[in-house]
Design a protein around this ligand. Structure first.
Ligand code: DLL
Length: 438
């Protein structure tokens, strides 16, 4: 018996890109060749890189091995802001086929550009990412990442097309309509942020439909930190496989790396196009694979917007490849330097609370964190919606369990406040979890 065209399975070896089948040594050879090109290209065409290399006393000819990347200066978001809007483009504007921008939380937006060739490579890498998630030609893909300046919508869109699957370009928001189209169009796959998939699952249930009964088989989720506990919650709730897609605008957009369906053990990084490093965020020294620190990328094939040692602020560690042995993986990103809350001397990431919340069955996954001042002390309140089907007493007891677990596992004393079902804002894209009212 042959499997139906839409059954979920990992790609066969024949279906992979040739680079995905390369050995580690072949990948590294390719990386060195491409690194040398990138460094030359950036030095020659971007005044900021010329200046920074000269100040650091390093010349593109000094790059003879992959380790020589450590001699290059870092690039940060401040460099992008300083050269706003187009100062870091390495090709004439006539060769820039598209511009994207991310608003960020403060200051000027970050602007990035792509040549026609960059867009083609991006499409190929998103197609590779979706294929690793089990999606292929013959499947319908509901793309609920936001279209526009955000790289999520158009980036995913190009990948679905490059793969030869059928794209449903719904974009984010208008949740009731999303549910309607999931029912009517019967997509096999959905692409959105994990928090938005939770919103959609609730909206399906609110219409009296069992979220496990839809046509969806797989979700490819990213653009915000999320935990394996959230993966489990979404997989159970919707009866799907949930895979992690990683990326950032400065380095390309979605599809810098993606998990493989057969292993689900953190995104493989597409190392034929990006050279990752993990550094100690304080000393800025490179860390060996396996140690946790800040993720840094050098692009290897980008024409319009090459980045040299770009500091992502994302916290992770590099691990050996599994399903694609030639490429390294990274541990699922569950936090960024800038999301870290320091509460009376204890560092904590919102995802640590997510993990604990999802471990208590009587709690809902709908919570926000509020930081306030009590006298001279900082205070953190977890505002969480009570479970609509359980008594208030049961929910209160569960809230107290959460208080204790946060104390034991994170080391912080926090307050937990129960809210009515539906009282907290719902995600429509990247979820704002933390409200700093200090
Ligand atoms: O969020 C690109 C993207 C779109 C990735 C759709 C995946 C899916 P930016 O808006 O520039 O780009 O935000 C990039 O989002 O530095 C991480 O902090 C976070 N992020 C992205 N993907 C993941 C993920 C897009 N899978 C920033 N897990 C990054 C955790 C993620 N964090």
């Amino acid at each position: 018996m042959t499997a139906p065209a839409s059954a979920l399975r990992p790609p066969t070896t024949d279906e992979l890109d040739p680079e995905e089948r390369m050995s580690r040594a072949e990948i590294e050879r390719l990386q060195l060749e491409r690194l040398r090109w990138t460094v030359q290209h950036a030095y020659r065409n971007v005044p900021l890189y010329t200046r920074k290399f000269d100040e650091a006393g390093v010349h593109p000819d000094d790059i003879r091995t992959l380790d020589d990347v450590h001699r290059l200066p870092f690039t940060t978001k401040d460099d992008l802001r300083e050269t706003y809007p187009f100062g870091m483009f390495a090709v004439p504007m006539a060769d820039v086929a598209r511009i994207h921008a991310s608003s960020g939380t403060t200051g000027r937006p970050t602007v990035v550009g792509y040549t026609r060739g960059d867009l083609d490579r991006w499409g190929t890498l998103v197609a590779r990412s979706l294929r690793a998630s089990g999606i292929r030609r013959g499947m319908k893909v509901h793309n609920a990442y936001g279209y526009g300046l955000f790289t999520g919508g158009l980036g995913a869109h190009a990948g679905i097309e490059a793969l030869g699957a059928t794209v449903i370009p719904i974009s984010g928001g208008q949740t009731a309509r999303q549910v309607q189209l999931i029912r009517d169009f019967e997509p096999d796959a959905i692409l959105c942020t994990p928090s938005y998939l939770l919103t959609i699952a609730d909206a399906i249930a609110a219409q009296g439909i069992d979220p496990r009964s839809t046509s969806l088989k797989v979700a490819v989720l990213g653009a915000e930190p999320w935990t394996n506990e959230m993966r489990h919650e979404l997989e159970q709730r919707l009866g799907i496989d949930a895979l992690d897609i990683f990326g950032l605008s400065e380095v390309m957009g979605p599809g810098v790396g993606n998990e493989c369906l057969e292993t689900k053990d953190g995104p493989h990084l597409w190392e034929d196009h990006f050279l990752p490093e993990v550094i100690d965020g304080d000393t800025l020294q490179a860390l060996p694979d396996g140690e946790r620190g800040e993720l840094v990328f050098t692009s290897l094939t980008k024409e319009a917007f090459p980045v040299i040692r770009y500091r992502t602020r994302d916290i992770t560690r590099l691990l050996p490849g599994t399903a694609r042995p030639g490429m390294r993986r990274m541990e699922k990103v569950t936090g960024r330097n800038d999301d870290m809350i320091i509460l009376r001397g204890v560092n904590l990431f919102p995802t640590q609370i997510e993990e604990l919340v999802l471990g208590i069955e009587q709690l809902t996954p709908h919570f926000i964190l509020e930081l306030t001042k009590e006298g001279r002390m900082d205070a953190l309140t977890v505002r969480i919606e009570r479970h609509p089907d359980l008594s208030v007493e049961t929910c209160e007891a569960a809230a107290q369990v959460l208080v204790q677990r946060i104390k034991v596992f994170i080391g912080s004393s926090v307050a937990v406040r129960l809210e009515e079902p539906g009282a907290l804002p719902r995600s429509e894209g990247k979820y704002k979890r933390v409200y700093d009212l200090r």
